[in-house]
Design a protein around this ligand. Structure first.
Ligand SMILES: Cc1cc2nc3c(=O)[nH]c(=O)nc-3n(C[C@H](O)[C@H](O)[C@H](O)COP(=O)(O)OP(=O)(O)OC[C@H]3O[C@@H](n4cnc5c(N)ncnc54)[C@H](O)[C@@H]3O)c2cc1C
Length: 385
């Protein structure tokens, strides 16, 4: 199936990324899960191998191969380590592309090559203690003072937050209008005065990730650090989210696939009532449903990625891919755990970890409910309502 959906070059690229992930990430995946250590050196290897630059042109160190390459990377890395891919995605897909698309040439030259190589780490700061789904209710402010802006506020649940060298921060620059019309994006360096890490959140899954509560206490940011135009940050954010959601959906395909493989192998080897449990329809039909959901999730993800590569707006398609793929991942990882029985409920079995990791993804990057809201809005809009 893969060879029909993807070009020969894309299939060869998948083989290359899969081999890289098996050699450079898989041997450390259990250790990351056990120690919860942030995979800093692995991210550098991912960058040096060229897997952080699909969305960035060669002029700034990327491959410029686009969103289809990005979803291949996300699927293959997530299949061996969801947490490595989430940490990678935040720096290379959420932080870097807005600078590439909307930033000045000075910002691109300054930040993109080192991010793409994985030598420096980026994060994106949207969510706040009082602001989640309703991003337009943002409270963090950037007040203009001469040729700089002074940022004050808090950001919560920021992936890579405490490890990042740079953060793409969204802040209100015109409080007299709704944040949608008055927010601006800035690149903030984390060694600047006034920036601090309040804490790393203690998470249910994604062990090894650093998801942080951050404080900006009068951080002075030169106006040249602005990404896009003043008060036009919402457009930067919306554009970023389409690619982010498509990449997250591809990641969900990756760890769904990993969970299904565990379930298949177990169902072939485990015998009860004198035969392998795969011979019971109660088990084998679960595998059938997993396989169909994975195929469908990959198709939706590919649709969104091909649209992005064609320069088309993919808000509905990105949201649909994320909604379906992340719901499917939760069902698949839970069912895979069920197939592996008591073993699945132990730390020795990978489905336990995958089920906890997958649980995040109908929340992070926009909740499932918000994806439905976005999809219905586009569906009506397409019909002129
Ligand atoms: C591990 C992790 C990593 C994250 N990484 C980042 C990051 O790197 N950067 C960043 O900026 N943010 C990040 N987030 C934040 C994430 O994007 C938000 O958690 C998410 O958008 C939801 O916001 P909230 O948690 O405030 O929930 P809320 O918005 O308070 O929602 C609570 C519930 O209400 C529902 N709800 C809200 N509004 C509606 C509505 N209109 N209709 C129907 N239901 C609704 C939601 O779907 C949800 O079920 C991360 C979160 C987590 C948990």
């Amino acid at each position: 199936m893969l060879s029909v959906l993807f070009t020969e070059e894309e299939n060869a690229f998948r083989e290359e990324v899969r081999a890289f992930a098996e050699k450079e990430i898989a041997p450390y995946a259990d250790e990351i899960e056990e120690t919860a250590e942030y995979p800093r050196e692995i991210l550098r290897k991912v960058g040096h191998a060229g897997h952080m630059g699909a969305m960035i042109s060669p002029e700034y160190g990327g491959t410029g191969k686009g969103a289809v390459h990005e979803i291949i990377i996300a699927e293959e890395i997530s299949a061996v380590s969801p947490v490595v891919d989430v940490s990678r995605g935040v720096t290379s897909v959420y932080f870097a592309p807005p600078i590439f698309k909307f930033g000045s040439d000075e910002l691109r030259k300054k930040y993109l090559p080192q991010i793409v190589r994985g030598d420096k780490i980026g994060a994106i700061g949207i969510t706040e203690p009082d602001v989640g789904s309703d991003t337009a209710g943002m409270k963090t402010q950037a007040v203009k003072e001469g040729d700089a802006y002074v940022i004050t506020g808090e950001k919560r649940f920021i992936t890579n937050g405490s490890q990042a060298d740079y953060i793409l921060v969204f802040a209100v620059t015109d409080p007299s209008v709704k944040a949608r019309k008055g927010m601006t994006a800035f690149v903030v360096e984390t060694d600047w005065d006034g920036f601090s890490v309040v804490e790393d959140h203690d998470l249910m899954g994604m062990r090894g990730a650093r998801v942080s509560h951050l404080k900006f206490d009068g951080v002075r940011v030169p106006a040249s650090q602005m990404v896009g135009e003043e008060n036009k940050g919402f457009a930067v954010l919306m554009d970023e989210l389409d690619t982010e959601r498509t990449s997250l959906a591809a990641g969900a395909v990756g760890y769904s696939r990993a969970a299904m493989e565990v379930a298949i192998e177990h169902s072939v080897k485990r015998e009860q009532f004198g035969r392998p449990i795969r011979s019971f329809e109660g088990i084998s039909f679960k595998i059938a449903e997993m396989a169909v959901k994975i195929d469908a999730a990959r198709l939706l993800t590919l649709q969104a990625a091909r649209m992005i590569d064609s320069g088309l707006k993919a808000s509905r398609q990105g949201a649909a891919a994320k909604l379906f793929a992340t719901n499917a991942a939760q069902e698949i990882t839970y069912e895979a755990l069920q197939v592996t029985g008591g073993e699945g409920y132990t730390k020795q079995n990978r489905t336990e970890q995958l089920a906890r990791d997958a649980r995040l993804m109908t929340i992070g990057g926009g909740t499932a409910e918000i994806m439905k809201f976005l999809i219905q809005r586009e569906v009506y809009k397409e019909r002129g309502y």
